[in-house]
Design a protein around this ligand. Structure first.
Ligand SMILES: [Zn+2]
Length: 355
């Protein structure tokens, strides 16, 4: 018989984490949602052209037509044939992703960072700076209340001091020795990925594995677990299957792929029928119960006393969004300070929203 340990909680609040895993599809969804302004996000199919590398690739005798970047790059690394081209690709990739930026209006990334609490974790496979940009511009409002983040393939915004094992924003200085951070390594799409030898990447994976081993809800948004991510999948599944709340936990997949395909990809992560599949993150369980996803889920499934949905409206300005989550953050402070239970009721002010 499997253990059915209840997730830890107090006063209507669940203390077990909600883990959200982001793949390329999440950034593409965010980009489309904000109206596709600004530089486009490259896909593995058009990366060579977006990074303006076609000429260099073809002049070296490779065919760029219909090229899948993952296989091409993997061959390049495995064969060791053209170190110069490999370095050029890496340099252009870094520069391009560093140049991307969020628009002023609230984006899916802003909704994401404000929808979770500091017990939760957003783990991203993406190199782009969107998650950290959203984190920074909402951090003042909810200081200490935002979720943890982990960058599983490195990130263009992160710099490291290897001597002190400290990381921070690229371009800033190490708090211990005062030297400039060096850019963190980006992990490229090769079949034999090494998650252990780079200390920064290894620590990011440790954070994800720790949270997954205790998580109550797991949302996988726009991450398709490509074939070159065999090791990533193994590292996640190993700790997920050891999770003591697994029998009660729920997985939510947000992806535009056909349901059958997603069920096939993620079936090892599901416990019986404990999963949900949707195409739009705005309609996800997380966004129906922002900052209260685990708590609302426990009320509905463990207490048989479901809470009203409290869907996150879409806003025109960041201030409107931050004002909306304010009462939820205040309720969390009352729980911490005075052990006042969560009400389980929508707390947000009535605001005009265009959902
Ligand atoms: Zn240092």
């Amino acid at each position: 018989m499997k253990v059915r340990t209840l997730p830890p909680g107090k006063k209507n609040a669940i203390l077990a984490p909600h883990v959200v895993i982001l793949g390329a599809g999440a950034s593409i969804a965010a980009y489309k949602h904000w109206g596709e302004t600004g530089r486009p996000l490259p896909s593995m199919q058009n990366l060579i052209d977006v990074l303006e590398l076609r000429e260099e690739v073809e002049s070296r005798g490779y065919s760029a037509e219909g090229m899948d970047f993952e296989s091409f790059y993997d061959d390049l690394v495995t064969s060791g044939a053209d170190l110069e081209l490999k370095q050029l690709i890496e340099q252009r990739t870094y520069e391009y992703f560093s140049s991307l930026g969020l628009p002023d209006a609230p984006t899916i990334y802003d909704y994401l960072v404000l929808s979770l609490r500091n017990k939760d974790l957003i783990a991203s496979f993406n190199w782009d700076p969107f998650l950290l940009q959203a984190y920074r511009r909402n951090g003042d409002r909810g200081a200490g209340t935002l979720p943890g983040v982990a960058f599983l393939h490195g990130n263009v915004c992160i710099g490291v001091c290897h001597a002190d094992k400290v990381c921070g924003l690229n371009g800033s200085r190490c708090s211990k020795c005062g030297t400039n951070f060096v850019p963190s390594k980006l992990l490229y799409p090769v079949k034999q990925k090494d998650y252990a030898s780079d200390p920064f990447i290894a620590s990011e994976w440790d954070r994800l594995r720790d949270h997954l081993s205790r998580a109550y809800l797991l949302t996988i948004f726009g991450y398709s677990a490509p074939k070159t991510d065999v090791e990533a999948r193994r590292l996640m599944l190993e700790v997920w299957q050891e999770n003591h709340h697994l029998e009660l936990a729920e997985v939510e997949i947000v992806d535009i792929k056909p349901r059958e395909e997603l069920e096939e990809t993620w079936k090892e992560f599901f416990i019986r029928q404990h999963y949900m599949v949707g195409t739009e993150v705005i309609r996800s369980y997380l966004f129906q119960h922002p900052r209260r996803s685990c708590d609302a889920f426990a009320a509905a499934t463990l207490m048989c006393s479901p809470w009203h949905d409290n869907p996150l409206p879409e806003f025109r300005t960041l201030t409107e969004l931050q004002d909306w989550v304010g009462p939820l953050i205040e309720e969390e402070a009352r729980l911490d300070e005075f052990s006042e239970p969560f009400s389980g009721k929508p707390l947000a002010p009535n605001v005009e929203a265009a959902l």
